[in-house]
Design a binder for this molecule. Structure first.
Ligand SMILES: *Cc1c(COP(=O)(O)O)cnc(C)c1O
Length: 398
């Protein structure tokens, strides 16, 4: 034993995410699928991609799937397919991963932010309604953002952490103002509302990410656009190969947004286990909810799932006092955590041209300062989960 005043080693290690226990039982099957693609040397838009597109579309209660290179490219492709660009604007949440608003700006359009509901962290339909009433005009049946003159074309709600935004209220607004709807479901594959209607089945296009940390993760980057609109599916299919149809004849300008056959082969196997993994996350969330309630930890607010809805817990996010100090305390005790997201998008330097500032979206700013994601992956043991709760309870009791 050392004699210095070194801190004792933590009693347990609880990483925020460990993908190895998910991979190991499937390793042989996945390696065989990879070997099969290698043997075929068919790497681009082959049979595994077709199979995945059909399966993920069906899983999302949609008719068509278009496999793409990432969740980010899914959002960009959806915007391009809906011809949203210069002179247009899209309403979205400032409390989300950067790609949501980043792709709106890359398409040439203006992100218009509306604040979130403090309970679900998703965009507030009331805030959208108030924003339209206060800052937009209806001119010749079009909605125009008064300050910029941009035409408001679409709503891009995000189903944050695995729980759906209030789609009934948002779709009502979309119909009233003739807005297209792109669902950012990067964190929400298979989540549903109380009527068991799934994420991606409401809007014009649903965008999924298969980034390794999502509930359905690839072995690298991949994503998908799903839709019930045949014409849009066809457009996205063409735009993902530079807009060439037939090959080398371009009526449209697209990009290289293709998903890899190798990724699709891996995802086809993993998709069969997605329900069981999401159930594991729900089980862990229920354990946390219960353990926090029993520990009566003051200063910790556990996430609220909407009654009857299917929350897939891509993240289990608590709201706490002294968040940064708690996070340090957990790190010292061997518990991994993350902040999703520390800076709301209206305060990002790259969006300074929008002339927004601190105080403009108070709920998003409060969430950015108070939220903390805890380990929630399906293979965690009850001992690990209890250790996380005990470590947090000890911090607030000291
Ligand atoms: C992960 C994520 C994206 C982007 O997906 P990538 O596959 O990483 O490009 C977009 N929006 C949200 C809300 C995300 O969580």
């Amino acid at each position: 034993m050392g004699t210095s005043a070194k801190a004792p080693a933590p009693a347990m290690q609880v990483p925020l995410l460990d993908l190895k226990p998910q991979y190991l039982p499937l390793a042989d099957e996945i390696q065989a699928a990879i070997a099969k693609v290698c043997a075929s040397q068919h790497f681009i838009l082959g049979p595994a991609v077709k199979e995945l597109e059909a399966a993920v579309a069906a899983y999302s209660q949609c008719r068509y799937g278009v496999g793409v290179s990432s969740g980010t490219d899914a959002l960009l492709l959806a915007l391009m397919a809906l011809e949203i660009g210069a002179g247009d604007a899209v309403i979205t949440s400032p409390f989300t991963f950067f790609a949501t608003a980043g792709t709106i700006a890359r398409a040439g359009a203006r992100p218009l932010f509306c604040d979130i509901d403090p309970v679900t962290f998703n965009i507030s339909p009331a805030a959208v309604e108030a924003f339209i009433a206060a800052q937009c005009d209806e001119r010749d049946g079009l909605l125009v953002h008064r300050a910029s003159g941009a035409r408001v074309r679409a709503l891009m709600p995000v189903h944050l952490y695995g729980q759906m935004a209030d789609m009934d209220a948002l779709m009502k607004l979309a119909r009233r103002y003739r807005l297209r709807v792109i669902e950012d479901a990067a964190q929400a594959i298979g989540s549903a509302d109380a009527q068991q209607r799934r994420a991606c089945s409401f809007g014009d296009v649903g965008c999924l990410s298969f980034f390794p940390t999502k509930n359905l993760g690839a072995f690298g980057d991949a994503g998908m656009c799903v839709t019930n609109d045949a014409a849009l599916a066809e457009r996205m299919d063409i735009l993902r190969v530079h807009g060439g149809k037939p090959k080398y004849y371009h009526a449209l300008i697209g990009g290289n947004f293709r998903i890899d056959e190798l990724q699709a082969a891996v995802l086809n196997i993993k998709l069969r286990h997605l329900d069981e993994w999401s159930a594991g996350r729900q089980r862990n969330a229920a354990f946390y909810d219960d353990a926090f309630a029993r520990a009566r930890v003051k200063g910790v607010q556990t996430p609220r799932a909407m009654p009857g809805a299917r929350h897939i817990y891509n993240q289990y996010v608590i709201r706490v006092e002294n968040r940064d100090a708690l996070r340090q305390h957990l790190a010292a005790a061997g518990v991994g955590t993350e902040i999703y997201y520390p800076v709301p998008l209206h305060l990002q330097q790259c969006f300074a041209y929008l002339k927004l500032g601190a105080g403009d979206f108070p709920e998003s700013e409060r969430a950015a300062a108070e939220t903390l994601a805890l380990p929630i992956f399906p293979e965690l043991t009850e001992a690990q989960l209890q250790y996380v709760v005990d470590t947090i309870a000890a911090y607030y009791r000291q």
